[in-house]
Design a protein around this ligand. Sequence first.
Ligand SMILES: *[C@@H]1O[C@H](CO)[C@@H](O)[C@H](O)[C@H]1NC(C)=O
Ligand SMILES: *[C@@H]1O[C@H](CO)[C@@H](O)[C@H](O)[C@H]1NC(C)=O
Ligand SMILES: [Mn+2]
Length: 593
Amino acid sequence: MISYNFFFLSFFLLFFFFFKKHSSTLEVMEKSVSLQVITTPRSLADPLSLQIRDLFSPGSSVSTQPDCLSGFYSPDELKPHFMRPMEDPDGPGANGRAFIPENMSPAEMREKQEGLVRNGFDQFVSDRISVHRSLGNDTRHPECVEQKFRHCPRLPDTSVIIVFHNEAWSTLLRTIYSILHTSPAILLREIILVDDASTQDHLKAPLDLHVQPLKIVRVLRQKERKGLVAARLLGAQEAKGNVLTFLDSHCECFHGWLEPLLAQLREQPMAVVSPEIAVIDSNTLKFTKPLPSAGARSRGNFDWGLSFGWENIPEPERLKRKDETYPVRTPAFAGGLFSIYKDFFNHIGTYDGQMEIWGGENIEMSFRVWMCGGQLEIVPCSVVGHIFRTRTPYSFPKGLEVIVHNQVRAAEVWMDDYKNVFYRRNKKAAFIAQSKSYGDISERLELKEKLQCKNFSWYLENVYPEVFVPELAPALFGSLMNMGSHTCLDIGERKPVRRAVILYKCHYMGGNQHFEYTVLQELRHNTAMQLCLHATIEPEPVRIELCNYKGGSTVPAPQQHEVFKKCLTVEGVKAIMKTCNPADKYQHWTFGP
Ligand SMILES: *[C@@H]1O[C@H](CO)[C@@H](O)[C@H](O)[C@H]1NC(C)=O
Ligand SMILES: *[C@@H]1O[C@H](CO)[C@@H](O)[C@H](O)[C@H]1NC(C)=O
Ligand SMILES: [Mn+2]
């Protein structure tokens, strides 16, 4: 362990160098532009894309569809299996509106509370809204509303696969009917429900009896609780459609959601396409309708704790979209709702079957699809609503550790040396990796070899050039313990930007106590954002701020000069900059494991 007098460190706490990072980012951006030309959507005439189409959807190439008509699909041809029944426009939640019950009896209050606890959304409200409710007029961007779809080659058909575990009756049925009322019958081959060992009675015989007359809805059951990945694999195996479309069991599909997904796959058979996700409020079931104006689009990303997140589309990506019907390329995807050719799903290695229950599988699939020749896209003209639950009722029989287990499998297979960046931020993951208790990954490595997948630095440079990459080998890292107070520097639980750094009992698990002392002599906390320790003038506590860099050079903020030659000192529960005194134990720090 190395003990520091903070005299020197304090000098460098002041501001934050990004010259090196910044210049390499620019370089990479240029490279990515040339790549976009190759993979830009709608390259129908591109021989490569034709070749790929033949490979993955043999039935749909022009030559094998002699009866394929010219022109566009008419509204009549795109009629759904079941028209939506007429609805009372003033009924609860009609047209996607919120439903707020009034004058509730004590029994109703109890029912409401129990529903909330059981599901993580308000089942009481859901139960009173029609399972056939409409979502009102089509409010998408006019270019989406007016989008037409060529007959030739024919749009592929799809199996919709819905995995559920103890889903409420009304939300599950509303998901099913919303698909049946919005999907063109010629494109919807079937709906496959996969029961991941639910224990609630309504999901057994009553569900079978209810969907049986609908003919195109099937229920498959997993006897034992195996989780999302295994259940989706079961559904995929049984699916008869050309395309697999995965949805959650508490969704509502908006007007024309399916055609744009299938049309984009027809153009790019090696794509994995996701709809734009609209929020269905977990308390009122209000459906947040899309706006006709082209809003700021977001895309998916990941951070170095391997958590999925959203970000605004960077300018170069935005400019590449000629109109609203163009897809948005995304470095990572949420993984809940998406469509993929069944053949391509198999070709690209489906899922890592040894991932347990839920969590991390979307990041693994994101890396794999991009690195092995595919691409991930969000299609904004396709809008599907989803209830974001306040808590997950999806229980984890073996505890939350399975998520870390899954993340370690993803890191070991796909991240090369960059896996250490993750392990430094998650000590539990580091332990699982070190003790090799993440299971056998040899099949996944063989897959990577067989598909001749690119490496992780290729992915970072070409797919996500905007990503902040922490140093692969920082000078010092870990928990920063104060020798006087024996507590550790911690960013706290709340959104840390512009907040005082706190001192907390050392837990040595990384997370909020992970700091790196970089070769540029900054103290950074950089898991989700690029955060730097920011010196302040006594008695202001030292803050955590977004690292500050400007153009190609580094200029200290003016007020920072005054705190030169001060030392980071613990005083009570605060960290402040004070005049240096080598005898003061509260100015000595050490990097822990
Ligand atoms: C839907 O559109 C029709 C015709 O454009 C209009 O008359 C009606 O008011 C709209 N309904 C809602 C709920 O906005
Ligand atoms: C990753 O692949 C690129 C080519 O795409 C290659 O230039 C580079 O050396 C590879 N990096 C490693 C660490 O293997
Ligand atoms: Mn969900």
